[in-house]
Design a protein around this ligand. Structure first.
Ligand code: NAD
Length: 474
C-alpha cells in the first residue's frame, strides 16, 4: 500500500494543510493500492506564494542558465524512466505501447524545449522600439489523469524556458505517478519555489489556483466542461489562458486509400491509450462504395487489439482508469444501440475471460449518423463509430461537423489529394497516412478544443503563450 502524504512546495516535500484522503486503485485488478493526502485551498495559496517569491530571481536568469536547467531536468527524468513506466502501469493501466512513449517523452520534452530556446530571440528591434519578450508571471498548470507525467513535464518545460515559476495541480487519481515525477524533478535541484506540485481535488485546489490574484497564466488540459469553468474564473483577473480540451477526431479513409496501410493506423489511432486520448480518431469516415470491404477489414484487424493485463507487452488495450469511467462508457454502449447504430464488434459488459478490472470490450459501431450522440460526444474509451459518405465533399463536411477540432487523420494513395483534403479540415493537426509524431509541431485545437497552442519550434506557439512583449520606445 503506497501512502502519499506530502505535497511539494518551495523546494521540499511538506505535510499538506489539507486533511482529506483519497484512495488509489489498480484499475486492472480494482484493488486499492494506496492512498493520498490531498492539498486544500491553503496549500494552493502557499504554493502560489512560494512561486511568487521565486519569480523575481528566476525571471532574470539567462537563456544559457535555463538551457542548462532544462538539460538537468531531462537527465533527472530519463534516469528513472523504469520507475515512471511501472507507476503508470500500476496506477493507470495503459498498454506498453503508450507507456513507453509517454515515459520517453516526459524526459525528451525538456531537451526539445532546450533546442527551441537556443533558436529563440527574446529581444528584437521594431522601428524605434526595443521589444523584449518577458514572462507573464506565476503560471499554473492543471493536468488530467490520462497521461500524468507527459502533461506535467510538457507544461513545466514551457514555464522554465519562458522564465516563469509554476504551480502544478495534477489529477488526484494519479498521485503515485505524480510522486515519482516530483522526485525526479526535485533531483534536478532547481531554486526553491520555481516549481511546486499540489495534488488535490479540482473543485478545491484547482478552483483556488484559478482564482488566485497572484497567478498570471493558466495552462489547462482536461475536459471542455472544466475548461469553460476555469476560463470564466480566470477572466475576473484577466489571466492568460491556454486550453487543451476534448476531441472527437475523424479518420477519413478516401476511396483510393491503400487499406493495408490505412486499417491498422485507423484502429491504432482510435484505440490509442485504451481510447482515453483526446486525439483518439473515434469517427471513421468511409466511402459508401467501399463500406462493406472496409468494415470486414476493420473487424478482422481489430482482433490484434487484445484487451487485458497491461503488464503483458502484447496487450494493446488496458482497463479504463476508474469505475466511474467504466460506467460512463457502458452508458454510451447502450446509447449507441438505442440510437439505431449496430455493433460491428464489442458491446456492453466485460471482455471474455476478464471478470475483474475496469476492462471494456473494444467496440466499433456501424451505421452511425453524425447527428447521433455517440458521434458527437467524447466517450473516452475504446469505442469507435463508422460513418459513410458519398463523395469527398461530404467526407469533409462530416469531418468538420463537430464542436471539436483537435486532430484528424486522412488516408489516400495520392499524397497531393490527401493534402488538399487536409487543407480543408478544421483541426489543429492533420495526420496523413499515419505519419509519425512531430514533437516540434504546434499542438492544440480549433473550436471547442480550446485555445492557444503548446510546443512548436522557434519559440512561437507554446513558448510565446507564456510571454508578454514589452516595447521600450526611445
Ligand atoms: P477534468 O476536466 O475532469 O479534469 C482535468 C483536471 O482539472 C484535473 O486535474 C481536475 O482535478 C481539474 N479540475 C476539475 N474541476 C476543476 C475546477 N473547477 N477548477 C480547476 N480545476 C479543476 O478531465 P479529466 O477527466 O481528468 O480528463 C479527461 C478529459 O481531458 C477528456 O475530456 C480529454 O479529452 C481531456 N484531455 C485533453 C487533452 C488535450 O491535450 N487536448 C489531453 C488529455 C485529455
Amino acid at each position: 500500500m503506497r501512502i502519499i502524504d506530502r505535497v511539494y512546495i518551495d523546494g521540499s516535500f511538506v505535510e499538506p494543510h489539507g486533511e482529506q484522503w483519497a484512495p488509489l486503485f489498480n484499475p486492472a485488478t480494482e484493488e486499492q493500492i494506496g492512498k493520498v493526502r490531498l492539498a486544500d485551498e491553503e496549500d494552493a495559496n502557499r504554493a502560489v506564494a512560494a512561486a511568487r517569491r521565486a519569480f523575481p530571481a528566476f525571471s532574470n536568469t539567462s537563456k544559457e542558465e535555463r538551457i542548462t536547467v532544462l538539460k538537468r531536468l531531462h537527465a533527472a527524468v530519463s534516469e528513472r524512466a523504469g520507475d515512471l513506466v511501472e507507476a503508470m502501469r500500476v496506477e493507470y493501466g495503459a498498454p506498453s505501447s503508450f507507456i513507453d512513449f509517454a515515459a520517453r517523452r516526459a524526459g525528451n520534452v525538456f531537451l526539445d524545449m532546450a533546442k527551441t530556446l537556443e533558436s529563440y530571440d527574446f529581444r528584437r528591434r521594431i522601428g524605434r522600439a526595443d521589444v523584449e519578450m518577458r514572462p507573464s508571471g506565476v503560471a499554473v498548470a492543471i493536468t488530467p489523469w490520462n497521461s500524468n507525467y507527459s502533461f506535467i513535464c510538457g507544461k513545466l518545460s514551457a514555464a522554465i524556458a519562458s522564465d516563469s515559476t509554476m504551480v502544478i495541480k495534477p489529477s488526484e487519481m494519479s498521485a503515485i505517478q505524480t510522486q515519482v515525477i516530483t522526485e525526479c524533478l526535485h533531483e534536478a535541484a532547481l531554486s526553491k519555489g520555481v516549481f511546486n506540485i499540489v495534488t488535490g481535488y479540482g473543485a478545491v485546489v484547482g478552483a483556488a489556483l484559478t482564482a488566485n490574484r497572484d497567478v498570471s497564466k493558466i495552462t489547462f488540459t482536461g475536459s471542455t466542461v472544466t475548461g469553460r469553468a476555469i476560463a470564466q474564473t480566470a477572466a475576473a483577473t484577466m489571466k492568460r489562458v491556454t486550453m487543451e480540451l476534448g476531441g472527437k477526431s475523424p479518420s477519413i479513409i478516401l476511396d483510393d486509400a491503400d487499406l493495408e496501410v490505412a486499417i491498422p493506423h485507423v484502429l491504432a489511432a482510435g484505440f490509442l491509450n485504451s481510447g482515453q486520448a483526446c486525439i483518439a480518431g473515434t469517427r471513421i469516415l468511409v466511402p459508401e462504395s467501399r463500406r462493406d470491404e472496409i468494415e470486414a477489414r476493420l473487424k478482422e484487424a481489430a482482433k490484434v487489439f487484445t484487451v487485458g493485463d497491461p503488464g503483458d507487452r502484447e496487450v494493446r488495450i488496458g482497463p479504463l482508469v476508474s469505475r466511474k469511467q467504466w460506467d460512463r462508457v457502458q452508458g454510451y454502449l447502450r446509447l449507441g444501440q438505442e440510437e439505431g447504430a449496430t455493433l460491428l464488434i464489442g458491446g456492453e459488459g466485460r471482455p471474455e475471460g476478464l471478470d475483474r478490472g475496469w476492462f471494456v470490450r473494444p467496440t466499433i459501431f456501424s451505421g452511425v449518423r453524425n447527428d447521433m450522440r455517440i458521434a458527437r460526444e467524447e466517450i473516452f474509451g475504446p469505442v469507435l463509430c463508422v460513418l459513410s459518405y458519398r463523395d469527398e465533399e461530404e467526407a469533409i463536411a462530416i469531418a468538420n461537423a463537430t464542436d471539436y477540432g483537435l486532430q484528424a487523420n486522412v488516408f489516400s494513395s495520392d499524397l497531393e489529394r490527401a493534402k488538399r483534403v487536409a487543407d480543408r479540415i478544421e483541426a489543429g493537426r492533420v495526420i496523413i497516412n499515419g505519419a509519425p509524431h512531430e514533437p516540434f509541431a504546434p499542438f492544440g485545437g480549433f473550436k471547442q478544443c480550446g485555445f492557444g497552442r503548446e510546443f512548436g519550434v522557434f519559440g512561437v506557439f507554446g513558448l510565446e503563450a507564456f510571454l508578454e512583449p514589452r516595447a521600450v520606445i526611445a
